[in-house]
Design a protein around this ligand. Sequence first.
Ligand SMILES: O=C(O)c1ccccc1NCC(=O)[C@H](O)[C@H](O)COP(=O)(O)O
Length: 267
Amino acid sequence: MSVLDEIVEGVRADLAVRRKRVPEAVLRERAAAAGPPVDCVELLRAGPGPALIAEVKRASPSKGALARIGAPADLAAEYTAGGAAAVSVLTEQRCFGGSLDDLDAVRARVTAPVLRKDFVVGAYQLWEARAHGADLALLMVSVLAQPLLADLVALATEIGLTPLVEAHDEAEAERAVAAGARVVGINARNLRTLEVHRQTFARVAPHLPDGIVKVAESGVRGPFDVAGYATSGADAVLVGEALVRSPDPRATVAAFLAASRPAVVGG
Ligand SMILES: O=C(O)c1ccccc1NCC(=O)[C@H](O)[C@H](O)COP(=O)(O)O
């Protein structure tokens, strides 16, 4: 069984417990009462350089524990003070140490759009995301059969979430677009081997039609990697580890953004 298969198996088990505790009908009511979501499509490509999506990530299967994040809301506030356009919150518990409590805390603190980053396998988790105030939700092509992927893209959009549809290669990128995605993430991390190949974005992005918002995900170690993704045409870059390990996340976000902005002549 691959790492991804193991993660998804755990997600399904945890989901079964939550479904019993909180019926979908309750989530739907809470989703209706949640604040209005932000349409993130335009926001992510507002430019001049790529937008930065800063991630609250406590741990990962590839690296184990990454950072003690006592107050995810404080971290998110530092991210947005540094210029992050959106905050990603990993809510998967077993491998990433995240939770819906983290999502709630971040939502309550920042006005920037919040991405629920998890391994979504069905509609329940989208209702959950909206009920907890998320504006975006991750959908992974590698986890979902095509008809379900298309259904979830449609449902997410209908209930006010912007789906960030994640692909790892050209075939998955094609499936993301066919499913109706307007925002496609290209993840440099092979989720079966956990190896990171930063050149994946430059290879796959040109296969996406104009008008699709292109998000480069994973593998940023420093400003040079953000600049590299910008040069390859990324509208947005999603960064986790480098930010949660930083002693000054606000300054690191600002430095990453500065590295990818076109120089201002005479400014
Ligand atoms: O991060 C992992 O090890 C990982 C393993 C298996 C599935 C998903 C995983 N990460 C999720 C992500 O996509 C990243 O958290 C995100 O792109 C940020 O990556 P990074 O900046 O490299 O922390």
